[in-house]
Design a protein around this ligand. Structure first.
Ligand code: SF4
Length: 234
């Protein structure tokens, strides 16, 4: 790879001397992507879902909540209310009790009912497949829309920027921005579109297993020699 000298280490682990040039150098970015592929080949959307609608609802529920908790809540939710028509018709106080354990349940219930009603009235009962249409649903911003488009419809319209992607993109100097919207714009410029969906999954796995917020496990990190973060622990 141009600009990167890859060195074989004991145990087959590869490392590269830091490429000369900017952190956003295409060779460095390509090296990061290659190593993420090797480290997290199984990265995937952790929210259990059987349809675009279920993924949309699960993603709304996942705000300020773990995917694990959402996955414990959605089976009963979708057993009682399997379709957009069912969730469009439920009383908010009733829905609140079903999703209570995911936190912020009043607002989430309001958004889920509002989104379901709009899907029924404006989109023929089907989750829309376009970013601009998804963004008209209550409770749906770019992150949720990107999750649905990338994972349910296979459309890479953007990059999901959650708390892990936000933190690690900055640690890896892929962006200096602090807001999800601006970070996403930087990542969309840097990454090939074919990688937008997988990159988020892999970085989220990396954030959960290695580059954790408080004390990153830098000694075990496959990107360590490419990282100059002030948060490094070695
Ligand atoms: S070296 Fe440390 S801070 Fe940098 S990406 Fe790896 S775990 Fe995160």
């Amino acid at each position: 790879m141009a600009g990167v000298k890859v060195v074989k280490q004991a145990g087959g682990k590869t490392s590269a001397k830091k490429p000369v040039g900017k952190p956003t150098d295409p060779a460095r970015v390509a090296e990061i992507l290659e190593r993420l592929d090797k480290a997290y080949p199984d990265a995937h959307c952790a929210l259990t879902h059987a349809s675009a609608f279920q993924l949309l609802i699960a993603t709304i529920l996942s705000a300020q909540c773990t995917d694990e908790r959402v996955n414990k809540t959605t089976p009963e939710l979708f057993r009682q209310y399997p379709t957009p028509h069912d969730l469009a018709a439920v009383r908010q106080e009733v829905l609140e009790q079903v999703i209570r354990s995911t936190g912020f349940y009043r607002n989430k219930a309001k958004n889920i009912i509002g989104a379901s009603q709009r899907i029924v009235k404006e989109f023929g009962g089907k989750v829309p497949r376009r970013m601009d249409e998804l963004l008209t649903l209550p409770g749906v911003a770019r992150k949720t829309a990107n999750v649905v488009l990338g994972n349910a419809f296979g459309t890479a319209a953007g990059v999901v920027v959650d708390t892990h992607v936000q933190r690690i993109s900055r640690r890896l100097s892929l962006t200096k921005q602090t807001t999800p919207e601006k970070i996403e714009k930087d990542l969309m410029k840097l990454l090939p579109q074919s990688r937008w969906t997988d990159f988020s999954h892999q970085i989220i796995f990396h954030g959960r297993r290695c580059c954790i917020a408080r004390k990153p496990k830098c000694a075990e990190c496959p990107l360590e020699d490419l990282c100059s973060s002030k948060d490094k622990t070695i």
